[in-house]
Design a protein around this ligand. Structure first.
Ligand code: BV8
Length: 239
């Protein structure tokens, strides 16, 4: 695929972009999510069954994420957003805040964010890196015991989907970094972008579930493979 000058780039990221920052990816641990069965901690049924366990799990993950630093792949997105013309949007499946820590702008967290909890009574979003549990009272309606991590569990609808749908129809380059292409609807985004005419490229470690939809595949750690691609894009710009 020729590296032409793009007007509207959409970058989809998954757990793989945070791997070099020391955060576990989702599926490498054979269906366990940090040693917990996915069904217990990442499904809406699991939360309804045992909310205390889910809060404890995410409070632990929050601590890990708070210590993590963005890596060269996150920083290369900032470099691109600063030194390449046109729209560059980041749609992430990750609940960590490494895109923001790296200075990325226009970041859409479609699976939620670790530092947010939502009140099931009034809908208020509480932003905190502190522990949240079934005793936490909502600062807005004062009701206790109704806070849920603002994380999209399996069986729940995604966030920001109206904006993401608009971006998928208008992008002319779709870049996927560090996702296995297993979880829907995010795994179907490349198909929509391709349908509307975008070039598609993926950066991953191994063959992904939807690899046939990508024009180009770059294998290797994104911290090593994505920064050179940013330089390749910039080289095509008029001096
Ligand atoms: C929904 C929150 C409507 C928790 C997550 C049957 C068929 C198709 C779909 C379904 C189905 N049955 C059910 C569904 C729908 C379901 C789904 O897709 N299930 C899958 C498992 C089959 N989806 C949903 O439920 C979604 N909602 O559809 O709403 C609806 C409504 C009601 C009822 C039904 C449906 C909600 C999905 C969101 C779930 N929440 N996370 C948390 O994150 O703590 S998903 C979870 O998976 C994470 O968000 C994670 O980001 C995401 C995707 O995983 P990846 O990011 O891709 O991570 P993974 O480990 O898999 O891969 C890492 C990749 O990186 C690999 O390719 C690896 O090679 C690469 N890599 C590793 N290191 C590096 C690297 N690459 C580069 N450099 C490196 N250094």
């Amino acid at each position: 695929m020729m590296t032409k000058i793009y007007q509207n780039i959409l970058i989809l990221t998954g757990a793989g972009i945070s791997a070099e920052s020391g955060l576990a990816t989702f599926r490498s641990a054979n269906g366990l999510w940090n040693n917990h069965p996915v069904e217990d901690v990442a499904t809406i049924e699991g939360f309804q069954r045992n909310p205390a366990l889910v809060h404890e799990f995410y409070n632990g993950l929050k601590e890990e994420i708070q210590k993590a630093k963005p890596n060269a792949a996150h920083l290369a997105i900032t470099e691109l957003q600063k030194n390449y013309p046109g729209q560059i949007n980041v749609v992430t499946q990750n609940v960590d805040t490494l895109h923001e820590k790296a200075g990325n702008r226009n970041v859409y967290h479609i699976h939620g964010q670790i530092n947010q909890a939502v009140c099931l009574n009034c809908g208020h979003i509480l932003e905190t890196f502190g522990d949240v549990d079934m005793q936490t009272a909502c600062p807005h309606c004062q009701v206790a015991g109704m806070m849920k991590p603002n994380i999209v569990f399996f069986g729940e609808n995604l966030l920001c989907m109206n904006e993401v749908d608009r971006l998928l129809r208008s992008c002319d380059l779709f870049v996927s970094i560090g996702t296995s292409g297993v979880v829907y609807p995010a795994a179907g985004f490349v198909q929509t972008a391709k349908y509307y005419g975008a070039d598609t490229i993926e950066f991953t470690l191994e063959t992904t579930a939807n690899n046939y939809l990508f024009d180009r595949h770059v294998y290797g750690p994104a911290g090593q493979t994505f920064p050179p691609y940013v330089e390749e894009l910039k080289k095509k710009l008029p001096n």
